[in-house]
Design a binder for this molecule. Structure first.
Ligand SMILES: [Zn+2]
Length: 408
């Protein structure tokens, strides 16, 4: 047997549903890697004989190996920050006063329009590094802070470049319909026309996006506008997803499910009929505990219904400067449990197996099994629940991406 590397002295949370133990766990396991993929995985006592002199052997000191974490919903390419507005609000300023002083999403849009590709790339790289240190090996990045043709394309190009130059894999999402830009204030239909007729064809022509997303909400785009964008995206052959049911129930999730969306995200106001629709279409429910926390929301997403209808639950950071300035995968695991009451196993599935489903890459990553990409992390923990339990101690020891040990 000839392999590129073998890992022993590890316990493995495979997250594979075909292994019936919690976390799909294999205690005292072993993993063999060949050509960037998992060539063998199982109990160490069953490891076939191999050339121990010619094969690098890594010892995990009894720690746990999990699939590389997947952050399936971020907005991490942006310029500027909103600390000033955060401070003003805590000093008692109203939303109107903040908006009048140039705050809110428009301040981020302005900063992104002014930033060069190189500046955005460097900011994005630093944020990817922070996520990678906490075991993230795949990330989704959305546009949506340009709201004009040039800047939307610029953000997507930067996201694509990050994927080429960083060991973390990047999936990109075109979110031109994130907010109504000031130039179109009072005429959101005309902006939707621009998104569909001018931005989307350019995004497709340059192959800048893997998916298309819309913010369906009373402060953003209505149901009819949302459906128009999603239909156009489908026609262009792109995967669709939706920011929906965050502040109210507009019916976006059920509509997106009918169109075959891969995920609906936020979903605090989802009702039982919506959950049923997700279950029927195989759409994932993406929970964003960072935004729930930062906006001090009180409406909880319907976790029990999602469990009852077996809708795959995803956990993501929603990393963005306005509503979730929290660039940490481990904090999301913790908050998914403390704030949204997921079990630690559900939270970890939300950043591995189910996140892969939401990004349509479950044939490659998200669980540890023969034939899957060798994307995994070694953690200095004694039980997988520890990943979600503690916060502030990064137990990530090693990361392997496509069979390569990543030195962080
Ligand atoms: Zn978001």
């Amino acid at each position: 047997m000839s392999w590129d590397q073998v890992w022993i002295d590890i316990n493995i949370a495979t997250m594979s549903p075909s292994i019936s133990t919690p976390y799909g766990a294999i205690t005292d396991g072993a993993i063999a890697v060949k050509d960037g993929k998992i060539a063998w995985i199982g109990a160490r006592t069953e490891l076939p004989e191999f050339d121990v002199l010619a094969t690098p052997i890594y010892k995990g000191k009894g720690g746990w190996v999990t699939p590389g974490l997947i952050d399936a919903h971020t907005h991490l390419v942006f310029a500027g920050n909103r600390a000033n507005e955060f401070e003003l609000r805590l000093q008692g300023a109203s939303y109107e006063e903040i908006a009048r002083s140039g705050g809110g999403i428009i301040s981020t849009v302005k900063a992104c329009r002014e930033a060069s590709e190189a500046e955005l790339f460097e900011l994005g790289r630093q944020r990817l590094n922070a996520l990678a240190k906490e075991g993230v090996t795949t990330v989704e990045i959305k546009s949506g802070y340009g709201l004009d043709i040039e800047t939307e394309l610029k953000i997507l190009r930067v996201a694509r470049e990050l994927g080429k130059h960083h060991h973390v894999d990047v999936k990109t999402t075109f979110l031109g319909a994130h907010a109504i830009p000031p130039e179109f204030s009072g005429d959101s239909d005309a902006y939707v026309d621009l998104v569909i007729n001018e931005m989307l064809p350019k995004v497709v022509a340059e192959n800048l996006a893997d998916a298309v997303d819309v913010f369906c909400e009373n402060i953003a785009f209505n149901l009819a506008q949302t459906e128009r964008v999603l239909q156009a995206a489908k026609k262009a052959g792109l995967t669709i997803k939706l920011h929906a049911e965050q502040l109210s129930n507009m019916g976006g999730s059920a509509m997106a499910a009918k169109l075959g969306a891969k995920s609906v995200d936020h979903i605090e106001y989802l009702d039982e009929a919506d959950v049923k629709a997700l279950s029927e279409s195989g759409t994932c429910a993406t929970l964003l505990p960072g935004a729930f926390y930062f906006l001090r929301e009180t409406q909880h997403p319907p976790i029990d219904l999602l469990r009852q209808y077996q809708v795959p639950m995803v956990v993501a950071s929603d990393y963005n400067p306005g509503s979730s300035p929290l660039c940490s995968s481990l904090l999301m695991l913790n908050m998914a449990c403390t704030l949204l009451r997921l079990t630690p196993e559900e939270a970890l599935a939300g950043m591995t197996r189910n996140a892969a489903k939401a990004l349509d890459i479950e044939q490659q990553v998200g669980i540890l099994a023969v034939g899957m990409h060798a994307d995994f992390c070694l953690w200095n923990i004694s039980t997988p629940a520890q990943l979600a339990y503690t916060y502030g101690v990064n137990a990530c020891v090693d990361v392997v991406k496509n069979g390569q040990l990543v030195h962080q």
